[in-house]
Write a protein that binds this ligand. Structure first.
Ligand SMILES: CC(C)(COP(=O)(O)OP(=O)(O)OC[C@H]1O[C@@H](n2cnc3c(N)ncnc32)[C@H](O)[C@@H]1OP(=O)(O)O)[C@@H](O)C(=O)NCCC(=O)NCCS
Length: 355
């Protein structure tokens, strides 16, 4: 049995927050952000995380030629759930009408999609599910504190989804590796959210040791790519496209140099979206298919590193189809505000801050 991707879809919310927008409210510059991270702009969601996830999920189900009632398991990788209780996957289950599906969230930080793919593989292999909707979706803008400028400029909102199904064909997951190091949890964490903070006046913010995260991300993403390529029996020249987690273009570049693959074999879209955590890889997969960067039978490697800390990679052989079977006309509700207004009013409401 193989586990393969049969549908793919994105929801990248329309409100764009540029580096210049950020520079108009905090002490930063387009030059600093671009040269340190490769990010030019990011999206800010005007809807709930589960609404983005729902639209990405519907698009993926249509691309697979399925109905929501065909889905028997929804896994939503997120660290920015609408609420702690219930899971956002259950909101998605209701919003898409997946009445035959089990539903649960997982949180493995930015590695969430790879962890979800591993779980989907296990569920299919043990016969516990047949058609899984795996979503990576984040509304990280809700956690950002503009006064933490080293993180406020790096993240953005968005969702990507895939349908994972069983197949007897020679395609799908070829190798998988996962790891974690909870002793390094403090190097990337959100303060102010979670039971630990109930009743405390801790600020809501993402805080991190940027240099340490950078160093470990390069090491672990590089190691895991080499590991799964080896386990899949692929010489590095046989990899058609690496789809890495999009945290920093300099991290991606350093990984690329370590694993010695050409620039044109690495997918990068961080300039448009920033770091959307668990959503970066499914968003990138969908864009890579739409742009013709993933061809039938392509040998792909997905790799990520994130909060936990966690890391992982998958060697994946794409199937014969790069066109969606169906598409849908659904869109998010219209925007009634700008990205800058949204983050300013959130900052003011949470932190009593006005520029
Ligand atoms: C955060 C990161 C971009 C910083 O880049 P860097 O090249 O290490 O930056 P440096 O540490 O050299 O520069 C820090 C300086 O820039 C300043 N700075 C921080 N944020 C800034 C901003 N938004 N605008 C302008 N200056 C900023 C700091 O105050 C510091 O100034 P100082 O040297 O006067 O103290 C980088 O460490 C990084 O990307 N780390 C990984 C982050 C990540 O990927 N996290 C998610 C993983 S899933």
């Amino acid at each position: 049995m193989n586990a393969t991707i049969t549908g793919w879809g994105n929801c990248t919310p329309p409100a764009v927050l540029t580096n210049d927008d950020l520079a108009s409210v905090i002490e930063t510059t387009d030059e600093w952000i671009t040269s340190r991270s490769g990010i030019k702009e990011r999206r800010i969601s005007h809807v709930a995380n589960s609404d983005m996830a729902t639209l990405a999920g519907k698009r993926a189900i249509a691309a697979a030629g399925l109905e929501p009632t065909d889905i028997d398991y929804i896994i939503m990788a997120t660290c920015t759930a609408d609420r702690q209780i219930p899971s956002s996957a259950c909101y998605v289950q209701a919003k898409i009408g997946a009445v035959n599906a089990a539903a649960a969230d997982i949180n493995a930080g930015c590695t969430g999609f790879i962890y979800g793919l591993s779980m989907a593989h296990g569920l299919l292999a043990t016969g516990q599910a047949e058609r899984i909707l795996l979503i990576g979706s984040e509304k990280i803008s809700s956690y950002l504190d503009l006064e933490e400028r080293s993180t406020a400029v790096l993240f953005g909102d968005g969702a990507g989804a895939v349908v994972v199904e069983k197949t007897d064909e020679d395609e799908g997951i070829r190798a998988m590796t996962l790891g974690s190091d909870g002793t390094a949890a403090g190097t990337l964490t959100a303060t102010g959210a979670g039971t630990e903070f109930i009743g405390s006046d801790a600020r809501l913010a993402i805080v991190m040791d940027g240099a340490e995260i950078f160093r470990n991300a390069v090491i672990k993403m590089g190691e895991t790519v080499l590991h799964v390529a080896d386990e899949a029996g692929w010489p590095l020249d046989d990899i058609d496209l690496v789809v890495p987690h999009q945290a920093n273009v300099r991290i991606i570049d350093a990984v690329r140099r370590r694993i010695k693959v050409d620039e044109d074999k690495v997918f990068i879209n961080i300039e448009k979206y920033g770091n959307t955590s668990a959503a970066t890889i499914p968003i990138a997969i969908t864009e890579a298919v739409e742009q013709g960067r993933i061809q039938p039978g392509a040998n792909l490697v997905f790799t990520a590193f994130g909060a936990g800390t966690t890391w992982g990679a998958t060697a994946f052989k794409w199937g014969p189809r790069v066109e969606p079977i169906e598409t849908i006309g659904d869109e998010l509700p219209p925007l009634e505000t700008t990205a800058l207004e949204m983050i300013e009013s959130k900052q003011e409401a949470i932190h009593g801050w006005a520029k």
